[in-house]
Design a binder for this molecule. Structure first.
Ligand code: F6P
Length: 550
């Protein structure tokens, strides 16, 4: 297998990176008035401006040459047509089929999966309407007012992020809550104010084996039965979403209350399936379809646009450029829209669980840095917390700034203040301010020479910090669908360029296995003497302190 490092385009980029490291973006802007036009892409409902990256036209040509040498177009076609590109698990990767709004037939192992998707959507629609219209009754005949989604990782982050993002679109006929953590504090806090007669639980787990989810689901059953005094109440208050029907039935879920999922949908790409049920219950089924339509629009763009104008491909190439060639180690996700306050948490799973790996599809260790760690949070709050680091630390952190042209909750005078910061920050990160300018500014303010000497070095901002700006018309079910799909495809393209299987997650297994063994030790009190001394003594301290009153 050819390693990426032996490709001509890769080697050309390595040489080019040495040259580009001597450049400053502010000079590139002064030299080329067309920079924005050259390095931006207009999609129907959003704009991607990537001109504030350390790139020239030559860089972009070289990056596109890399994408071509990596055969990205044929990989993309393989994904859309259901080839088993999840090589280590021997599975197709077809989350795009869940939002194939053209309803074009798609054969997988001789079966048209579009039919399955449509059937599943029809079941979701009927259920959503029954619950939202009060026809689905709890054990005592009352309508459902609250839905608690029990799930973790992909069975939590996508639906919760979207529910938060689209709060303004909810008619509040149903309140949706999320329980993901096995720390009992979370489920206890969520359940405390709720009335068991009016609560519906969704146990959301692709595998139906995840310990945290099963533990929370059992607690929820106990809570319900302690109020209803009747095990039969479970069928009126519990539904499941899973690819493992057998386990869901064994758990006690009524077979009619199980919504399908398939092994060709990865957990972190699953909010488009019945895993998105809480979204549909909160917003109504029509808005869930709008979400799918928004994503489908980006699927079309990704599959048809030339690489040079293909937003997910460009985002992927820039990430590889910034991290693998220029050496950035992390990447910030900075939404300037409160609706997107969970986007960073969602992106952490989407990108890091997908591409946080260091061997190729063939299992060969790669000799280049792969993906950055993802961090961030709502931009304005970040400005008063960690932006100091973004501007002046000696680590360069490429950042995605995401904002909206219109607020979904217009409050007079707020949006301009918010967006002024949005525009100012990327400008400041790009331009910086040099020592000469700092000194002139201080002098113009009448500062004494010794003060200027003392303070000037601290006020220097080197700038040259790369950012992408994504400006969305307005947060809506459709634009959120588009935004998520944009990032999903970016992650896919990034994985192809880095030669990584983006669709498995073996790295989460080791800790899970050990936790199972240690849990048995905590319950029996018999600690394995073979543990390293740190682990052994930590468990020992935990057990000793448990029986001590402090
Ligand atoms: O542990 C990681 C993981 O497997 C994720 O990939 C997945 O989204 C999450 O756990 C939940 O898995 P499940 O839906 O099977 O409970």
């Amino acid at each position: 297998m050819t390693m990426r490092t032996s490709l001509n385009s890769w080697q050309a980029l390595e040489r080019h990176a040495q040259k580009m490291k001597q450049q400053h973006m502010s000079e590139l802007f002064s030299l080329d008035k067309e920079r924005f036009n050259k390095f931006s892409i207009k999609l129907p409902t959003m704009l991607l401006d990537y001109s504030k990256n350390l790139v020239t036209s030559d860089t972009m040509h070289k990056l596109i040459a890399l994408a071509k040498e990596c055969d990205i177009e044929s990989w993309r076609d393989k994904m859309f047509t259901g080839e088993r590109i999840n090589k280590t698990e021997d599975r197709a990767v077809l989350h795009t089929a869940l939002r194939n709004r053209k309803l074009s037939p798609l054969l997988l192992d001789g079966e048209n999966i579009t039919d399955y998707v449509e059937l599943a959507l029809a079941k979701m629609k009927a259920f959503t309407e029954q619950v939202r219209h009060g026809q689905w009754k709890g054990y005592s005949g009352k309508r459902i007012t609250d839905v608690v989604n029990i799930g973790v990782g992909g069975s939590n982050l996508g639906p919760q992020m979207v529910t938060e993002a689209l709060k303004q679109y909810s008619d509040d006929s149903i309140t949706v809550h999320y329980v993901s953590n096995v720390d009992g504090t979370q489920i206890a806090n969520v359940l405390r104010p709720l009335d068991p007669e009016k609560v519906l639980f969704i146990v959301s787990s692709k595998t139906f084996t995840t310990t945290e989810t099963m533990t929370n689901a059992k607690t929820a059953v106990k809570w319900l039965v302690s109020s209803s005094f009747d095990e039969k109440a479970v069928s009126k208050h519990f539904v499941a979403v899973s690819a493992n029907k057998e386990n869901a039935i064994n758990f006690g879920i009524d077979p009619d209350n199980i919504f399908d999922m398939w092994d060709w949908v990865g957990g972190r790409f699953s909010l488009w399936s019945a895993i998105g049920l809480p979204i549909a219950l909160d917003l109504g089924f029509d808005k869930f379809i709008e979400l799918l339509e928004g994503a489908h629009e980006i699927d079309e763009h990704f599959s048809q646009a030339p690489l040079e104008a293909n937003a997910p491909v460009i985002l992927a190439l820039l990430s590889v450029w910034n991290c693998t060639f220029l050496g950035a180690k992390s990447q910030a996700i900075l939404p300037y829209d409160q609706s997107l306050h969970m986007l960073c948490a969602y992106m952490q799973q989407a990108e890091m669980e997908s591409n946080g790996k260091s061997v190729t599809w063939e299992g060969i260790e790669v000799d280049y840095p792969t993906v950055p760690s993802i961090w961030g949070g709502v931009g304005i709050n970040g400005q008063h917390a960690f932006y100091q680091y973004l501007h002046q630390s000696n680590n360069v952190v490429p950042a995605d700034f995401i904002g909206s042209v219109e607020s979904v909750t217009p409050v007079k005078g707020h949006h301009e203040t918010l967006m002024a910061n949005f525009f100012a920050q990327t400008q400041a990160l790009m331009n910086g301010v040099d020592e000469q300018q700092v000194r002139e500014d201080l002098k113009a303010k009448g500062r004494m020479a010794d003060y200027v000497d003392k303070v000037a070095p601290h006020k220097v901002h080197k700038g040259n910090r790369p950012t992408n700006t994504i400006l969305i018309k307005r947060i809506s079910p459709s634009t959120i669908g588009s935004l998520i799909a944009l990032y999903e495809h970016k992650i896919f393209a990034q994985g192809i360029i880095l030669q990584i299987c983006s669709f498995d997650q073996w790295g989460v297994e080791l800790g899970k296995g050990l936790a199972n063994k240690i849990e048995a030790e905590l319950r029996t009190g018999v600690v394995n003497p073979a543990h390293d001394s740190s682990t052994k003594e930590l468990i020992h301290y935990f057990q000793t302190m448990k029986s001590t009153t402090v």
